[in-house]
Design a protein around this ligand. Structure first.
Ligand code: NAD
Ligand code: TYD
Length: 351
């Protein structure tokens, strides 16, 4: 049986990934996660307790720990999610982004290279990255592809771009079998409520303001997290080392459209009169350097690996809103403590 190292699996996408992988792949899954503010052992506690994954709390920048794990397990796959992932936090302070996203990725690459030097079989290092490395599109531009130039605009996207470049260089120079996936905005269960969709859902439930940055006409390409995780499994099974794969939902929506949909869903779920939650929408100061539009053309992935998204936003969003209603206790635990401080700093109001 093969053994996979999954970094950052106590976060949003990683938790969804190990849930899907443990149900569908014959592999031992070893998780390394530092449990930062965004990491939550609760997200994967049932899998740990059932022995479906092995959990290690630790930092990907800790060279000794990472080397020790590689020595102990002889990983066949590395699926690298661990990152500082929120643009607004990167604007408040870039240092943790530079450390984890760049330095941490370099530590993992070095450990994989040392461990795989005399390695038979076909090990693979999958680096999970973002569409944001390609910068911002004009309204009439075609969506990003694998050939789009890198033009990161935020400290977050710049740190992810730097990590992508390291991964590419380790393949080109040392022959390390790496793949980069660049995915668009994800939504789904277990997303930390600093990101647009869970933040708006929970605020709508609580009758709190729905803070839309600027005019709210910025566009994002939304993909259900389960579809992203299925794309990653397809890449791990059939992807070619040295390649980049672009992943996206072909689902471009303005932020205002998303927030209005969420408001209507929350009204329906809570049996409030339609339009109640929409009254909570407030246009607030825009994000500095805010990227206007992201969109991805995932045709190569569809053609070569047969992947297609199964969820569409319109039918998936009601279930996602319901998930956050049914898991309010989970959200309330997260939204205490340091979240309150972050919310005050970011929005000038108490969470
Ligand atoms: P997240 O913030 O929810 O989770 C990140 C996880 O990484 C947390 O569990 C955290 O504890 C862990 N982590 C952070 N620093 C660490 C360190 N130094 N050592 C070990 N663990 C550490 O992020 P997410 O939304 O699940 O994103 C996962 C990955 O996918 C990121 O690399 C992100 O750039 C990428 N991505 C995210 C999206 C999206 O829409 N959320 C889209 C495309 C790509
Ligand atoms: P976010 O979820 O932070 O993802 P990203 O910036 O990585 O795309 O934000 C998605 C969009 O929603 C982005 O254009 C910023 C906007 N946004 C708001 O308008 N208000 C908010 O409170 C948040 C968190 C985001």
């Amino acid at each position: 049986m093969s053994t996979w190292l999954v970094t950052g699996a106590a976060g949003f996408i990683g938790a969804n990934f190990v849930r899907l992988a443990s149900a569908s792949v014959e592999a031992r899954l070893v998780v390394l996660d530092a449990l930062t503010y965004a990491g939550n052992l609760e997200n994967i506690a049932d899998l740990v307790e059932a022995g479906k994954i092995e959990f290690h709390r630790g930092d990907i920048c800790d060279i000794d720990l990472v080397n020790e794990l590689f020595g102990r397990h002889r990983f066949d796959r590395v699926v690298h999610f661990a990152a500082e992932s929120h643009v607004d936090r990167s604007i408040l302070g870039a240092e943790p982004f530079i450390r984890t996203n760049i330095q941490g990725t370099a530590v993992l690459l070095a450990a994989a290279r040392a461990s795989w030097q005399d390695r038979q079989g076909k090990p693979l290092f999958l680096h999970v990255s973002t569409d944001e490395v390609f910068g911002s599109l004009e309204p009439d531009d075609p969506p990003f592809t694998e050939n789009s130039p890198y033009r990161p605009n935020s400290p977050y996207s710049a740190s992810k771009a730097a990590a992508d470049h390291l991964v590419r260089a380790w393949h080109h120079t040392y022959g390390l079998p790496t793949i980069i996936s660049n995915c668009s905005n994800n939504y789904g269960p277990w997303q930390f409520p600093e990101k647009l969709i869970p933040l708006m859902i929970l605020n709508a439930f609580d009758g709190r303001e729905l803070p839309v940055y600027g005019d709210g006409r910025q566009v994002r390409d939304w993909l259900h997290v389960e579809d992203h995780c299925r794309a990653l499994l397809a890449i791990l099974a059939g992807g070619q080392a040295g390649r980049t794969y672009v992943v996206g939902g072909a689902c471009e929506r303005t932020n205002l459209d998303i927030v209005q949909r969420i408001a209507l869903e929350a009204d329906a779920l809570l049996r409030r009169s339609p339009g109640s939650a929409a009254k909570l929408i407030r246009h607030v100061a825009d994000r500095p350097g805010h990227d206007r539009r992201y969109a991805m053309n995932a045709m190569a992935l569809q053609r070569e690996l047969g992947w297609r998204p199964r969820h569409d936003l319109e039918s998936a969003l009601p279930a996602v809103v319901r998930w956050y209603w049914e898991n309010r206790a989970w959200a309330d635990r997260i939204r205490s403590g340091t979240y309150v401080e972050y919310y005050e700093q970011q929005y000038g109001a108490r969470a």
